[in-house]
Design a protein around this ligand. Structure first.
Ligand code: ADP
Ligand code: ZN
Length: 293
């Protein structure tokens, strides 16, 4: 079985060939330019192989409603060249195999659930903190989806009393993403996150916002593990700060060891590292193949 996976991101498209064991056989990374430039390269990569099915995890928002006329489209993205782009249809036309289509973070959550940090569990949540913030959750093997995919980056958080940054979400200003994604860090402090590693105040404030959001996800979904990925999570120092803040906010409400003495194993980096989304694409591809049988 040869499975294909596309992880479509705002800065790069990662395409891979793999199998049902989550093994990556070949992988390429292409810069995200316009659809007319990037998509022929994506298609050409897969045309070298006889793929049986493809999984797509893409930046959003996207239409995942199979009965909608714009199913498979990228919707209202700030990346203007990709607005209303029929990503699924374009791939399907060139590569007519079973395809499953979801968000990048849903794919990463599935990858970690099947083959990564949550492989022995029944549920998990994967959050990325990068140019934007998004999260996907798997509960009993199924992705959490309703009217649409979740938009967990746009929840409201309590502001830190000393934080005067107004927030930079184009829709909500000071939602979680507007206060804590990479661009918010850069605008608030006047430097990119990567150049602020030694500023403890930066990461304390960041952890203050991340922890509030995680606590809301925990209260609502009670996932068995949380993975934090994305560029900002490369700052390893945020992990202990986030865990401490989560414990403080939860305030002993849960008796489970995961939220107490074992919290170091509860809020973790993705164990598939930067391949979580790609490997999740193989899981999606396998699901598409099984559904088509
Ligand atoms: P994308 O969200 O575009 O897929 P990333 O997940 O790499 O890409 O996120 C990019 C964002 O993460 C940028 O805002 C960047 O400044 C920030 N970032 C990247 N690396 C680091 C780092 N080591 N520390 C803090 N912030 C970082
Ligand atoms: Zn928002």
């Amino acid at each position: 079985m040869i499975l294909g996976s596309i992880e479509a991101g705002g800065t790069k498209f990662v395409c891979g060939i793999g199998n049902e064991n989550g093994e990556v056989i070949e992988r390429i990374s292409l810069p995200t330019r316009t659809p007319n430039e990037t998509m022929p390269e994506v298609i050409a990569f897969f045309q070298k192989y006889r793929v049986d099915a493809i999984g797509i995890g893409t930046f959003g928002p996207i239409d995942i409603n199979k009965s909608s006329s714009t199913y498979g489209y990228i919707l209202n993205t700030p990346k203007l060249a990709w607005q209303h782009y029929p990503l699924l249809q374009v791939v399907k036309e060139a590569l007519p195999v079973p395809i499953r289509f979801t968000t990048d973070v849903n794919a990463a959550a599935l990858g970690e659930y099947q083959f990564g940090a949550a492989k022995d569990l029944k549920s998990c949540l994967y959050i990325t903190i990068g140019t934007g913030i998004g999260a996907g959750a798997v509960l009993n093997g199924a992705l959490l989806e309703g009217l649409s995919h979740p938009e967990m980056g746009h929840i409201l958080v309590r502001r830190h009393p000393e934080d005067s940054f107004e927030g930079c979400c184009p829709f909500h200003k000071d939602c979680f993403e507007g206060l804590a994604a990479g661009p918010a860090i850069e605008q608030r402090w006047g430097k990119k996150g990567v150049d602020l590693s030694d500023r403890r105040d930066v990461w304390e404030l960041e952890a203050f916002y991340i922890a509030q959001s995680l606590v809301q996800y925990i209260m609502i979904l009670v996932p068995e593990k949380i993975m934090i990925g994305g560029g900002v999570a490369h700052q390893a120092s945020i992990f202990p700060l986030v865990r401490d803040n989560v414990k403080t906010l939860v305030s002993g409400y849960f008796h489970q060891k995961e939220l107490n003495e074992h919290i170091d194993d509860y809020i973790v980096p993705p164990s598939l590292k930067d391949n979580a989304g790609l490997v999740g694409g193989f899981v999606l591809a396998k699901e598409a193949l099984d559904e088509a049988k």
